[in-house]
Write a protein that binds this ligand. Structure first.
Ligand code: GLN
Length: 471
């Protein structure tokens, strides 16, 4: 039995046919993780006891003849920014190295209720700040397709764990691309849901107006099952909504695909550009209509994102004072304790963002930076609204570049930020986006980003299934 080959349906059929038990499957998955981790480093914590208990519960269900739950017996991993009760939760930071989560995040609760087998917590850039997982305080994760390259980030551990077949599903978090970009780099499916579709309760915040939790899987269908499990109204997050809207059904023959010229400009790798255009061409050959569109404010999105991200991060990270929880450094007075705990607990990218954000929010600069960035957000929203008057979905590359070498961009933060060019606009406007597997160049995966109007995740899933059937 090879976990790598299985989907949710495959596992559950095998369980029902008694080809293997959930305990056997879980033991197998844990062995596989132990074998791969020394070279991959996708995990920060393995939750063996939790996994075995969930597997036993599934086997008992089967023994009693009860129906399986949507995720019964399915090995899953969670980004280490998502709380799992009584399990260490670091957010990739030395600051939270010893932090044990006191309760389950809403999404954790939902996947546990659905029978998931939680194998462990995955590596990430510190507090979600990065695009390669190299900003983790605990060392980088490697790309399973090429161990000299990055898996993307910040949810690189989640994407790598799915791509390497260590688990079948993973939950990540996306503030500016952290689900879609690592999905693209690792050759798996990754969805950033509409802002409000998934509760953020129990998630370690980076930038609260941009953060969304979402699924990773090897197939669109599995990503959809995980999304449906977690997208429920939660009273603990005032921005979470109940998605009861009647979904628009659009077959590939009536599909109007918008292709923004701004997503094929300077900075885009020529190989990626060609592969993405060829992939869009497959939809055209299947009967879809391709419409050239404009998203004129795209050029300002990255700058606006980094102002808003750093501003919100500087406020969210104020809670890590070394006193209430996390890393603590003794000093002769209280101010000294704050200063030394934060200086030693946080890594360089986190400190850079706290400084930038504090500056952007300070008196005299607030209007020039923060307010201006919020205005750009409104303009971007209008760009997408007018595009969606003409088309059903928008397609383009998820990342302008192929998975890069470890160390290639670490000395130049601006180069690292540029990787987020096509993903950040969606977080700024709240729209859902999925990264689908377009193909490979030199054995390195390339992702197609598909963007839909708010709460039209089902449309994204149907496009994902179409693409899988065309390949
Ligand atoms: N690369 C982006 C950043 O560094 C994305 C982060 C994220 O989505 N968590 O901010």
């Amino acid at each position: 039995m090879n976990v790598t080959e299985l989907t949710i349906e495959g596992v559950q059929k095998g369980l029902i046919a008694k080809e293997f038990s959930a305990v056997e499957l879980t033991e197998n998955a844990l062995l596989n993780v132990a074998k791969q981790e020394p070279s991959l480093h996708a995990f920060l914590t393995i939750t063996k006891e939790l996994a075995m208990a969930a597997a036993k519960a599934t086997d008992e269900r089967i023994a009693k003849g009860e129906k399986l739950l949507p995720l019964s017996g399915i090995p899953c991993s969670l980004k280490d920014a998502i709380l799992v009760e009584e399990v260490r939760c670091t957010a990739g930071s030395r600051m939270l190295d010893n932090y044990i989560a006191p309760y389950d995040a809403f999404v954790t609760e939902k996947i546990k209720e659905a029978g998931a087998v939680i194998i462990g917590k995955t590596n990430m850039d510190e507090f979600g700040m990065g695009a390669s997982t190299e900003n983790s305080s605990f060392g980088a994760t490697k790309n399973p397709h090429n161990l000299e390259r990055v898996p993307g980030g910040s949810s690189g551990g989640s994407a790598a764990s799915v791509a390497a077949g260590e688990v079948i599903l993973s939950l990540g978090e996306d503030t500016g691309g952290s689900i879609r970009q690592p999905a693209s780099f690792c050759g798996v499916v990754g969805l950033k849901p509409t802002y409000g579709a998934v509760s953020r309760a129990g998630i370690i915040a980076l930038a609260s107006s941009l953060d969304q939790v979402g699924p990773f899987a090897r197939t669109t269908k599995d990503a959809q099952i995980l999304f449906e499990t977690i997208s429920k109204r939660d009273l603990r997050d005032a921005t979470s909504v109940d998605i009861k809207k009647k979904k628009k059904e659009v077959g590939v023959k009536e599909l109007r695909i918008g292709v923004p010229k701004e997503y094929f400009g300077k900075g885009l790798d020529s190989g990626v550009s060609k592969l993405i255009k060829d992939t869009i061409g497959k939809f055209e050959s299947a009967g879809a209509k391709i419409v050239e569109i404009e998203l004129p404010h795209t050029q300002y999105a990255l700058a606006a994102y980094y102002i808003l991200n750093t501003s919100e991060a500087s406020a969210n990270l104020a809670r890590y004072d070394g006193i209430r929880y996390g890393f603590h450094q003794e000093a002769s007075d209280l101010l000294g304790e704050y200063l030394s705990s934060r200086s030693e607990g946080f890594g360089p990218e986190v400190k850079r963002r706290i400084m930038l954000g504090t500056y952007a929010l300070s008196e005299g600069y607030y209007d020039a930076y923060y307010v201006k960035a919020q205005k750009i957000r409104s303009l971007l929203k209008q760009d997408f609204e007018s595009a969606f008057n003409k088309v059903d979905v928008i397609m383009g590359p998820t990342s302008p570049v192929l998975p890069f070498l470890l160390g290639e961009k670490t000395s130049n933060p601006l180069k690292m930020y540029l990787v987020d060019t096509y993903t950040v606009p969606l977080n700024l406007v709240g729209l859902p986006g999925i990264s689908l597997v377009a193909g490979k160049i030199d054995n390195l995966p390339v992702g197609l980003q598909v963007i839909a109007p708010s709460f039209e995740e089902d449309l994204l899933f149907s496009i994902g299934k179409t693409l899988e059937s065309l390949q």
